[in-house]
Write a protein that binds this ligand. Structure first.
Ligand SMILES: [Fe+2]
Length: 272
């Protein structure tokens, strides 16, 4: 019987899980994988080479699939989003730290990315632990932030020029989330504001909010809180959108990169 060999990637974030093929993983292997996800925030599983059907099965272990309403679906498997950069594309998706789907009232719990075609260099994904970032804040700022909520909006997609669907029906009203959430599984406090989708604090103007939000975005993404995933052919990465933010490095213009992404339904978030 196989079981995972788990190797931490950095002090606060990320683990590499080897030694089990997801195609014949036992229930206990899958449960151990899920526990590692909630502990480390992002897990990378090399040499998996999932087919779309395998990818869907892995996602369904975590919960119902949440289909992204902005990304182009994989033609043969509409539950899977295609994250494609073409060689001729002038702008590459990424370059900003964010949390997937924070503009939803019940944001996606995890994202599962499967490498299909990688550029010859670059395209790494960085992750930062929002639990470690919270712990490093001063007691005074922790207290203020824990009393706040912030608005999140999908409106930034309207300015996107990187091949996302310009589907006007997809946009929804902004939603409020606590600035410091209680992780729904581990109860750990996590910072939950991000530069792509958070617009301002509840009952604060955008101008008033911007200085503190800008400070937080710089603070929470300091290298000490991060791990860097260097993609390998066939690799799968799974991250918990409540525990980490991520950043796609857009440094491979002129090359093709194709990833398949599935997001899994989450729950409304509560204050820490
Ligand atoms: Fe993302």
């Amino acid at each position: 019987m196989g079981s995972w060999k788990i190797k931490k990637m950095s002090g606060h974030c990320g683990a590499r899980l080897e030694g089990v093929s997801l195609l014949n993983a036992s229930k206990s292997d899958l449960e151990e994988m899920r526990s590692a996800l909630f502990e480390y925030g992002v897990i990378v599983l090399p040499d998996q080479h999932l087919t779309p059907e395998n990818h869907l099965s892995v996602a369904e272990f975590f919960g119902p699939i949440n289909v992204n309403r902005f990304f182009t679906p994989v033609a043969s498997h509409p539950m899977i989003a295609e994250v494609r950069t073409s060689a001729g594309q002038s702008a590459v998706l990424g370059g900003t730290w964010h949390t997937d789907h924070s503009y939803d009232a019940a944001p996606a719990m995890c994202s599962i990315l499967s490498a299909r075609q990688l550029p010859p260099y670059g395209g790494d994904t960085h992750f930062a632990s929002m639990a470690a970032a919270y712990e490093a804040l001063s007691p005074g700022l922790k207290k203020i932030l824990t009393s706040l909520r912030a608005w999140h909006s999908d409106s930034s997609f309207s300015e996107s020029n990187v091949g996302l669907e310009s589907n006007l029906d997809a946009f929804r009203d902004p939603v409020l989330h606590p600035v410091i959430i209680k992780h729904p599984v581990t109860n750990k406090p996590c910072v939950y504001v991000n530069g792509d989708f958070t617009t301002h604090f509840e009952n604060w103007s955008r101008e008033e909010s911007s200085a503190l939000l800008s400070y937080l975005y710089i603070f929470v993404t300091q290298p000490i809180f991060t791990a860097r995933v260097v993609w390998e052919p066939g690799m799968v990465a799974i991250w918990d959108n409540r525990l980490v933010q991520h950043y796609a490095t857009a440094d491979y213009a002129g090359n093709t990169r194709l990833m398949h992404r599935i997001t899994v339904e989450g729950v409304p978030l509560e204050s820490a």
